[in-house]
Design a protein around this ligand. Structure first.
Ligand code: COA
Length: 166
């Protein structure tokens, strides 16, 4: 368990840190999933290209980004969106050296609290079994295929998971 973990709402000043954490989490995860995505593919991806959208999202009241910090270092984040009929968990990423120590759980609990009262959905890479197990622990069940994601032109299958009522 990571001690002295602080959870707060992220602001635009945190956007570049968020991109760096996403890149590190992808590098530690995606090349090992057997989907054909290599380390070189991820190194080629421009994570800063996602930043204009993150600025827009943060200006939208229906979006929230949460940060997990330890000793003033940001070690993980989660992003979610409220829609009229459901909540969507968009991203949860924890720096590799802090994974499996409860950080993702604390972030997810915060997001679930923010989305309470809604059906909650998310998409996860189908081969990402560890992360699927992580979401199942919180009551998410698979309901079928999600929209495939593209990394370096390679299409990766995803799974849609849901908590019907919170
Ligand atoms: C998925 C992720 C956010 C989970 O965060 P975390 O801080 O590592 O998770 P926690 O330590 O809170 O784990 C909680 C539980 O989930 C399960 N879990 C998490 N990662 C797992 C893995 N790789 N394999 C198996 N189980 C896993 C464990 O059962 C753990 O339960 P335990 O505490 O009883 O052991 C984090 O590992 C991560 O960033 N992964 C890479 C990126 C990714 O796949 N993100 C999600 C898709 S957008």
């Amino acid at each position: 368990m990571v001690s002295k973990l602080k959870i707060s709402q992220a602001g635009t000043a945190d956007i570049s840190t968020i991109s760096k954490i996403q890149k590190k989490a992808w590098l530690a995860t995606y090349p090992n999933l057997g989907t054909g995505v290599t380390r070189a593919d991820i190194l080629k991806k421009d994570f800063t290209g996602l930043e204009p959208t993150r600025y827009q999202n943060m200006a939208d009241d229906n979006w929230r980004y949460f940060l997990a910090q330890k000793d003033n270092q940001t070690i993980g984040y989660a992003a979610a969106k409220k829609e009229a009929d459901q909540g969507i968990i968009k991203l949860v990423h924890v720096l590799p050296q802090f994974q499996n120590q409860g950080v993702g759980s604390v972030l997810l609990e915060q997001v679930l609290k923010w989305l309470v009262g809604k059906r909650i959905v998310l998409q996860v890479v189908r081969a990402n079994f560890g992360t699927i197990a992580f979401y199942q622990k919180f009551g998410f069940s698979p309901i079928g295929p999600g929209r495939p994601i593209k990394v370096a032109g390679k299409e990766i299958a995803t799974l849609k998971m849901v908590i019907p009522n919170t």
